[in-house]
Ligand binder design. Structure first.
Ligand code: ATP
Ligand code: LTN
Length: 326
């Protein structure tokens, strides 16, 4: 049976990029196998974050998971820090990843290239080791993520091959599952950059009000010319909006391009905003109901218990393999 696992870091307010590239798809996996979806709160500590902000972001992500259609009866939803086996497995697996590999990680380079070595914490450098532990602890076979995370999953696969070569078939080889449309949503103000919650210029936040979302889309940076077609290189702004529309409507890009071919930019943007709001407004309503009810706290508690049950089996297998007496 497939095991599907993914997580989102509570580092800031979730964006439309997080929604399209990851969150929106999680529920589709519920019919394919056993799903584990967690809040990667330990990962959020890898860059400075205010404690109250971290707490609020974590609660919000739990509510967003439920609002997106994840059913706690089918999916184990939990906080990473509630399951101590993540840190324990990390203590073992970090010995099978090498500094040279970690230095090549794009996320590390992007986040730290402008920082002085004396300000770069060990956690952000060792990030892929904890992420590999998250995945391997549940014998995950599929990991749904946006494109930016594929490199980390490839490194996890290298680690599995290295470890299994030495100790036998102990770890399960995972595979990244990247959505066809929307694996990399770009900033609305600079469509050559990824929309990212830690660099909020040009972001649409999932909690933005209707009028704000409309305004952001209507003033999104477009490209020279007046035609609407997909060309990532020469028309990054229009291509990004076409991608957003296709992802929200759940249609192929080619259909969106065909639909808009005789449109002017203004009317095109208006329809993109309508498509985003058609999905986000009911989503926001569900989020608010869940947040107000407080039921997500029970979900996290039960989820952590279930997660620990699975995790301890794999941890024991790894401990035995490497020769730890336990
Ligand atoms: P940060 O800015 O703190 O690095 P982030 O916005 O990149 O955060 P993550 O928590 O790293 O968000 O990502 C959660 C999930 O959303 C991951 O699977 C990631 O690949 C996906 N994702 C993030 N940004 C985008 C984007 N712009 N387009 C598509 N998917 C995205
Ligand atoms: N690195 C991911 C968050 C994350 C994750 C994971 C995703 C941490 N552990 C395990 C999938 C599987 C990110 O930055 N989005």
């Amino acid at each position: 049976m497939e095991r599907i696992l993914s997580g989102i870091k509570p580092t800031g307010k979730l964006t439309l990029g997080n929604y399209i590239g990851a969150l929106k798809h999680f529920k589709d996996f519920q019919e394919q196998g056993e799903v584990y979806i967690f809040i990667a709160d330990l990962h959020a500590l890898t860059l400075p974050i205010d404690p109250s902000e971290l707490r609020e972001n974590s609660k919000d992500i739990a509510c967003f998971y439920l609002a997106s259609g994840l059913d706690p009866k089918k999916t184990t939803i939990f906080l990473q820090s509630d399951v101590s086996m993540h840190a324990e497995l990390n203590a073992i697996l970090q010995n099978y990843l090498y500094i040279g590999e970690l230095k090549r990680m794009t996320q590390f380079k992007d986040k730290c290239s402008k920082m002085n070595d004396s300000a770069i914490g060990l956690g952000i450098f060792a990030y892929p080791s904890l992420m590999a532990s998250d995945i391997l602890l549940y014998d995950a076979t599929k990991v749904p993520v946006g494109e930016d995370q594929v490199q980390h999953i490839e490194l996890t696969r290298d680690l599995v091959n290295r470890f299994n070569h030495r100790y036998g078939e102990i770890l399960t080889l995972p595979k990244a599952e990247v959505t066809k449309v929307g694996k990399r949503i770009m900033s609305l103000t600079d469509p050559t950059k990824k929309m990212s919650k830690s660099d909020p210029k040009g972001d649409i936040f999932l909690k933005d009000e209707e009028s704000v979302i409309r305004k952001k889309i209507m003033s999104a940076k477009t490209d020279s010319g007046s035609e609407i077609y997909f060309d990532q290189e020469n028309k990054p702004g229009i291509s990004n909006l076409l991608t957003i529309y296709s992802a929200m409507k759940g249609i192929d890009l080619s259909l969106a391009v065909e639909h808009f071919k005789n449109y002017r930019y203004g009317d095109f943007k208006k329809e993109v905003a309508d498509a985003v709001l058609e999905e986000l407004l009911p989503f926001q309503k569900r989020y608010l109901e869940i947040k107000e009810s407080g039921m997500y706290l029970e979900v996290l508690k039960a989820g952590a218990e279930k997660a620990r049950t699975t995790a301890q089996v794999v941890l024991k297998r790894v401990k035995d393999a490497v020769g730890l007496l336990s």
